[in-house]
Each structure stands twice: as structure tokens, then as C-alpha cells.
Design a protein around this ligand. Structure first.
Ligand code: SF4
Ligand code: SF4
Length: 286
């Protein structure tokens, strides 16, 4: 059995990518199973999902602690002690990372999925890109199966037809850039169990530790951001709607009543962009 663990941030498409890989493997003739980590799925917060692929029926359940492949959607997670994305990765395991410069060195595959997604789709959602790159690295040999899985899963989450088409182009490009590594599974402690024990992550993996009162400003949620809002002050009417709607109080009003974004604590949820009545907020790279 091959075990794939995906680490990303809420809003990047980590769960959807797991479903795409799983469906592509099924279309290729394997048994597959995918599941997300439930609980921390706030936009920008660290999230994970898990995929198991086998020639036999997959009975194992639960989080994957010894993956054959780790897929890293956001390089800022690499240094996070709470997430520790490479934990348990097998010695001969493979890392597929969303970062440049692109290339493959031994067991590390780098693909600049974010730049490609911004160019081809118009936003930094890399589910199709990272899933397609991972499918290729895993050795899923028919690109038609990967594209079919991308289309099915993106329609499932309600993407408009034109966005589905853009994501298909993105997936095809990313699939073609990665070598087929044909990852092989290895002896696994999990394989000893017909049904694996379901393990729960400690609470601090998904929840910030509040050790004393009034410490929210120290929790720099700006590090969660995958894109950032920028206010065009030539359009802004100081209506205060964004100030009212920001769920993290990351927008303050200056002495003249103009909204100012605190980028240390803005987590990039883009609610201010959605709520601004005159579209004075745009989305830019983090
Ligand atoms: S400033 Fe905008 S993007 Fe940032 S947290 Fe507030 S509502 Fe979300
Ligand atoms: S909602 Fe838009 S117009 Fe109103 S204060 Fe915010 S940025 Fe300015």
C-alpha cells in the first residue's frame, strides 16, 4: 500500500487534491481511499489530508504517520514545529513541494504550483496542480485519468465551467513537468494491522495554545496567508464595512477614518474583499 500525506493551508485545496489523487488512482485500476484532517479547516490554518492506494482492498483507517510521499503545499509549513510535515517520511520516501526553483533532485520534486496557478487560473489554489504533479510522481501513467479526476472533483465543489477548464490546463502542465518516479511502498508498521488504530493528533496541532489572557496579538496569523488584501485608497470611501466584517480585527481605522490593514495579523480570508461595496480591495500575492 502507498500512503500519501498532504500538508497545506485552508483555502489551498489540500482536501480536494487528496480526493483528486484518490480518484485518479481508482480510474487507473487501484483501490484508493482519501480523508481530510477534520477540525482545523479555517482559511489559512494548517490542514492535512491522507490518501491510501493499493492493489487490494484498503481497510486501514486513520491518520498516516509513516507516509511514502509527503506533499507540501506551502513552504512556510516546513519550519513549523507544530505541523512537522516531514515527520515519519520513509527513508526512501518522496517529497513533492510547491516551491521554486523547479526540478527533481533525488527524492525531492519541486514545482512552482502557486506561480503557475496565479498565471493560468488567476488565484493561488493549487489543488489541481499539486494533485497532478503527485499523480505523475506516483506513476499514474495515464494523464486522461488525472484530468478526469480533476474535472470530477472540481465540479463536485461547485467550480464554474471556465474555472474547471483553466484548472485542467494547469493540471496538464504540472503533470508534464514531473518525472514518473514510480514510488514503491515499503515495510510499514501500519501494514501489520488489517485495521489500523485510529490515532488522534494532540490538541495543539489544530488549536493555538492560549496560556494567558490578551495574547492574541502575539499569535501572528499573518503567517497563515496565501494571498493578501490591498486597499486602493483612491477608491475607498471610508465606509468602514471592511473594518466591521474582518473576523480577526485586523483592520483598524486611522485618525481620518481610513481603514488600515495589520498584515501581521491578517490571515488572508478575503472577507474584506467580498464585503467591500465598491470593490476597493484587491487580492495580491502574500
Ligand atoms: S483584513 Fe481582510 S483578509 Fe485580512 S483577516 Fe481581515 S477580512 Fe480577512
Ligand atoms: S469596505 Fe471598501 S470602501 Fe469601505 S472602508 Fe473598506 S476598503 Fe474602503
Amino acid at each position: 500500500m502507498l500512503r500519501v500525506r498532504l500538508h497545506g493551508r485552508g483555502g489551498q485545496g489540500t482536501k480536494t487534491a487528496g480526493s483528486i489523487i484518490s480518484l485518479a488512482a481508482t480510474l487507473e485500476g487501484y483501490h484508493a481511499q482519501d480523508s481530510p484532517m477534520y477540525g482545523p479547516e479555517r482559511r489559512g490554518a494548517p490542514v492535512a489530508s491522507f490518501v491510501r492506494i493499493s492493489r487490494d482492498q484498503v481497510n486501514e483507517r486513520g491518520y498516516i504517520t509513516s507516509p511514502d510521499v509527503v506533499v507540501l503545499f506551502d513552504r512556510s509549513l516546513a519550519s513549523s514545529k507544530a505541523v512537522d510535515p516531514l515527520a515519519g517520511l520513509r527513508k526512501a520516501g518522496v517529497l513533492v513541494a510547491n516551491e521554486g526553483p523547479e526540478g527533481t533532485e533525488g527524492s525531492v520534486v519541486r514545482i512552482d504550483a502557486s506561480s503557475r496557478a496565479r498565471r493560468l487560473v488567476g488565484r493561488d489554489n493549487v489543488s489541481a496542480a499539486m494533485a497532478a504533479a503527485t499523480c505523475r510522481a506516483l506513476g499514474i501513467s495515464r494523464v486522461e485519468n488525472v484530468l478526469s479526476a480533476v474535472e470530477t472533483e472540481l465540479r463536485e465543489v461547485g467550480l464554474a465551467d471556465q474555472d474547471v477548464q483553466k484548472n485542467l490546463a494547469l493540471a496538464e502542465e504540472c503533470y508534464s513537468l514531473v518525472p514518473a518516479l514510480g514510488v514503491r511502498d515499503q515495510d510499514s508498521p501500519e501494514a501489520e494491522h488489517a485495521l489500523a488504530e485510529v490515532r488522534y493528533a494532540p490538541h495543539y496541532v489544530s488549536t493555538s495554545l492560549i496560556m494567558s489572557t490578551g495574547n492574541s496579538p502575539q499569535k501572528k496569523t499573518g503567517g497563515w496567508r496565501t494571498s493578501r488584501p490591498v486597499i486602493d485608497y483612491s477608491k475607498c470611501t471610508n465606509c468602514m464595512v471592511c473594518f466591521v466584517y474582518c473576523p480577526d480585527s485586523a483592520i483598524h481605522l486611522d485618525a481620518d477614518g481610513a481603514p488600515r490593514i495589520d498584515y501581521d495579523n491578517c490571515k488572508g480570508c478575503m472577507i474584506c474583499l467580498t464585503e467591500c461595496p465598491i470593490r476597493a480591495v484587491s487580492e495580491e500575492a502574500p
